[in-house]
Design a protein around this ligand. Structure first.
Ligand SMILES: Cc1cc2nc3c(=O)[nH]c(=O)nc-3n(C[C@H](O)[C@H](O)[C@H](O)COP(=O)(O)OP(=O)(O)OC[C@H]3O[C@@H](n4cnc5c(N)ncnc54)[C@H](O)[C@@H]3O)c2cc1C
Length: 320
């Protein structure tokens, strides 16, 4: 008998997991406290670029799988995915990235004045508002809607003949008492796009990473990576600093108009938690959370692994 599956969380991890599970033929329900457009996932830029996620070998595999999905989706102009040239700059000698093999055309480039290392390649930029809405529509095509519910504990959800997939991001710190999770505060400034097409990343400063991510109608400028900071109120001084750094890097942005400032708490974790746990009643809980600054970058690879885990469990356990 096919177990039913409850996916908890409607950010990028929950939506992609639910889609892959529905495509694999499982009856899926999705519960979430917040709708997709109110999640951390909606704040993300979002660039395919592994960042603040461990461990390197699994990150490489998940990011490679996700890259393939985004690159294929980008062929559809309405997909919410655009392939953009990337230039990533360091002020020190930087080694070849541990995820480098996942980006087919990544190569070293001549660094501009003031930098020591530069990498270039072509990366997917995922326009989160468009993309999350499209994922939700794909789920609706399978008859699955996001049911708004605050789930204070897994106890009531875990039942025989049911598999629960937990995709609650940073909230797992409370829900599961998972102390390995911590916030990495990110503030971004959304501005008009004065014609910028190249993604620029300046990795010069560990706390104040500078990035320019041009989308179809606007640009996301960042940012901050403040570990352990829970404050989600935008800081005007940080906004000014982000704008100044971005304009120095890309002078065309001097003409850009500020549209919005947002803050999100990345779900930092010592390593991504993607594992299945058998329950005493014979059911199982699968965790897919703690993706740090790489929720989009890893999403499809992780979703495939969730499905494999659910299939293996459903097949071997014969849940009754
Ligand atoms: C400024 C910023 C920039 C970023 N840029 C990038 C980028 O360029 N590329 C990239 O790959 N990643 C980026 N990220 C990281 C990415 O946004 C996250 O890794 C990702 O959004 C995490 O997704 P998630 O689905 O796990 O969690 P979330 O998006 O937080 O979703 C969690 C879901 O769980 C639900 N939930 C939580 N608790 C409960 C409960 N008790 N009951 C019911 N539902 C619950 C929530 O309501 C929500 O629906 C960025 C993040 C930030 C903040």
């Amino acid at each position: 008998m096919t177990p039913d599956v409850v996916v908890l969380g409607a950010g990028i991890a929950g939506l992609t997991s639910a889609i892959r599970l529905a495509e694999a033929g499982f009856p899926v329900r999705m519960l979430a406290r917040e709708r997709p457009e109110n999640t951390v996932s909606s704040v993300a830029a979002a660039l395919w670029h592994p960042f603040r996620a461990e461990p390197p070998d699994r990150v490489l595999a998940w990011s490679r799988a996700s890259y393939a999905v985004y690159a294929a989706e980008a062929a559809d102009p309405d997909s919410g995915v655009i392939m953009r040239p990337l230039l990533e700059l360091y002020r020190h000698e930087a080694p070849w990235p541990s995820w480098g093999e996942a980006l087919p055309d990544l190569h070293r480039a001549p660094p501009p004045v003031g930098y020591t290392t530069a990498f270039a390649g072509t990366v997917p930029v995922i326009e989160s508002p468009i993309y999350l809405a499209r994922l939700e529509a794909r789920l609706q095509a399978h008859g699955i809607g996001v049911e708004i519910e605050d789930v204070p504990s897994l106890d009531a959800l875990v039942q025989p003949n049911r598999l629960v997939v937990v995709c609650v991001g940073l909230a797992a710190r409370d829900l599961l008492r998972d102390d390995a999770l911590y916030p990495i505060r990110g503030q971004v400034v959304r501005v008009t796009n004065p014609g910028v097409t190249r993604v620029l990343l300046d990795e010069g400063d560990a706390e104040a990473l500078t990035y320019i991510i041009p989308r179809s109608a606007d640009c996301i400028l960042g940012g901050t990576t403040q570990e352990g900071v829970w404050d989600t109120a935008p800081d005007p001084a940080v906004t000014d600093a982000i704008l100044a750094r971005a304009q120095r890097l890309e002078p065309a942005l001097l003409d850009a108009e500020v549209l919005e400032v947002r803050v999100g708490l990345r779900p930092g974790r010592t390593c991504v938690r993607l594992e299945a746990e058998q329950q005493p009643d014979g059911s199982a809980v699968i965790y897919n959370l703690g993706h740090g600054g790489s929720g989009y970058t890893l999403a499809w690879g992780c979703a495939d692994e969730v499905v494999a885990s659910v299939q293996a469990f459903a097949g071997s356990r014969r849940v009754v």
